[in-house]
Design a protein. Structure first.
Length: 380
C-alpha cells in the first residue's frame, strides 16, 4: 500500500451521472488526503435507503455526477497531516456524520450532533478546501455524505471514521455504519425499554428490525411489529418481533388497536417509516404515565406532527434521535464489540450479496423491497 502514499490513485468507482439512471463503473482519480483527512480502501459497502433517495433526486437539488454510498467497511491506505489516531492498515467504518471531539455537542454526553461534521446532504465537496478528491480525466465528481463508498478508494474526514477491532469481519460489520446502528441505538440508547416491557416498532425494514433486535437484547417481553406490508411479518420473527399489526386490517386507528392489545398502551415505541401519520400513531400508542415514543424515520419536508397536548400532559414522552444517539468515533467500536461477543446478530440483516460490477442489482433489490441489506463486494 505504501507505494500509493501521496500519489493520485486510479481505481474503479460507480458514478451516478444522472438522477435515477443506473450507475456506471468508471476509472476515477482519487487525490491524496489533505489535512485531517484519511484515504481508505473500501472492501465492502452496502446500500441504504438514503443513497437511493438522493440518487432518485426527488424534491432536492441534484448534484451530479456524484459517487454515492455511505455504509461500508475498509482499511486505511494513508492519512493526511494532523491525523494522529489512525494509521495505514487500521480497520475502519466510515460514518455519514462526524465527531470532531471539540465542539459543544461532542463535549456533551447527551448529543451526537457535532457542529463541524454533522450530516450535510447538500455538500458534494470536502470541508477543508471546498474541492472534490474525485475526478475523471480532470472533471470533478461530487462526494456524498462525506463518505462516497461506491469507490475502491475514498477520502473521508478523520472525524467521520470509526476505528474498529481488526478481527471483526468487515463483510458483516459494514452494516453497522448506518442503518442497523440507527435502529439499535434508537431502542437501547433512547427508548431504553425496561426488562419485561412491551414495545411497538413501526416499519419493519432494516432500521425497524434493528430497533426490534435492540428490544430483544434489552429483554422486552412483547415486541409488536407494525407494517402495511404483510410479507414482512414472517421474516421479522427472527428479530424478536412477537406480534404483528397491519393497520390496513382494522377500521380504527392503529394506536387504538395497540392500546386494546396492551391494556392501555405500550411502554415504548419506535417509529422507523418517516410517515407522519405513523409518527402520530407511534406517539399515541404509548401508555400514559410512563410511555416513551422515539421518532427515527425521516419525514417529508412539509410534514406537520399534530397531536392533542393532553397526550403529553398525561405523561407520555415524545423524543427523536439521529444515528441512534451514537457518537461515531467514541461509540461505534463498542457496537462492533457487541457483534463480536454475539450479543448482537448482524448476519440476518444481510439478505443479498453482489460483486461491485453488479452494484445496480443492489438498487433493484431495494427498490422492489426484496432486500434488507445487500453487501457489495469491491474485490470480485
Ligand atoms: C439518514 C438520517 C437522516 C438524514 C439523512 C441520512 N441517515 C443515513 O442514511
Ligand atoms: Zn444510511
Amino acid at each position: 500500500m505504501s507505494g500509493t502514499v501521496g500519489q493520485v490513485i486510479h481505481c474503479r468507482a460507480a458514478v451516478a451521472w444522472e438522477a435515477g439512471k443506473p450507475l456506471v463503473i468508471e476509472q476515477v482519480e482519487v487525490a491524496p488526503p489533505q489535512a485531517m483527512e484519511v484515504r481508505m480502501k473500501i472492501l465492502y459497502t452496502s446500500l441504504c435507503h438514503t443513497d437511493v433517495y438522493f440518487w432518485e433526486a426527488k424534491g432536492q437539488n441534484p448534484l451530479f455526477p456524484r459517487i454515492y454510498g455511505h455504509e461500508a467497511g475498509g482499511i486505511v491506505e494513508s492519512v493526511g497531516e494532523g491525523v494522529t489516531d489512525l494509521k495505514p492498515g487500521d480497520h475502519v467504518l466510515p460514518i455519514f456524520t462526524g465527531e470532531c471531539k471539540e465542539c459543544a455537542h461532542c463535549k456533551s454526553e447527551e448529543s451526537n450532533m457535532c457542529d463541524l461534521l454533522r450530516i450535510n446532504t447538500d455538500r458534494g465537496v470536502m470541508l477543508s478546501d471546498g474541492k472534490s478528491r474525485f475526478s475523471i480525466k480532470g472533471q470533478p465528481i461530487y462526494h456524498f455524505l462525506g463518505t462516497s463508498t461506491f469507490s475502491e478508494y475514498t477520502v473521508v474526514h478523520v472525524g467521520c471514521i470509526a476505528k474498529i477491532n481488526p478481527l471483526a469481519p468487515l463483510d458483516k460489520v459494514c452494516v453497522l455504519s448506518c442503518g442497523i446502528s440507527t435502529g439499535l441505538g434508537a431502542m437501547v440508547n433512547v427508548a431504553k425499554p425496561p426488562k419485561g416491557s412491551t414495545v411497538a416498532v413501526f416499519g419493519l425494514g432494516a432500521v425497524g428490525l434493528a430497533a426490534a433486535e435492540g428490544a430483544r437484547i434489552a429483554g422486552a417481553s412483547r415486541i409488536i411489529g407494525v407494517d402495511l406490508n404483510p410479507n414482512r411479518f414472517q421474516g421479522a420473527k427472527k428479530f424478536g418481533v412477537t406480534e404483528f399489526v397491519n393497520p390496513k386490517d382494522h377500521n380504527k386507528p392503529v394506536q387504538e388497536v395497540i392500546a386494546e392489545m396492551t391494556n392501555g398502551g405500550v411502554d415504548r415505541s419506535v417509529e422507523c417509516t418517516g410517515n407522519v401519520e405513523a409518527m402520530i400513531s407511534a406517539f399515541e400508542c404509548v401508555h400514559d404515565g410512563w410511555g416513551v415514543a422515539v421518532l427515527v424515520g425521516v419525514p417529508h419536508k412539509d410534514a406537520v406532527f399534530k397531536t392533542h397536548p393532553i397526550n403529553l400532559l398525561n405523561e407520555r414522552t415524545l423524543k427523536g434521535t439521529f444515528f441512534g444517539n451514537y457518537k461515531p468515533r467514541s461509540d461505534i467500536p463498542s457496537v462492533v464489540e457487541k457483534y463480536m461477543s454475539k450479543e448482537l446478530e448482524v448476519e440476518k440483516f444481510i439478505t443479498h450479496q453482489v460483486p461491485f460490477s453488479e452494484i445496480n442489482k443492489a438498487f433493484d433489490y431495494m427498490l422492489k423491497g426484496e432486500s434488507l441489506r445487500c453487501i457489495i463486494h469491491m474485490e470480485e
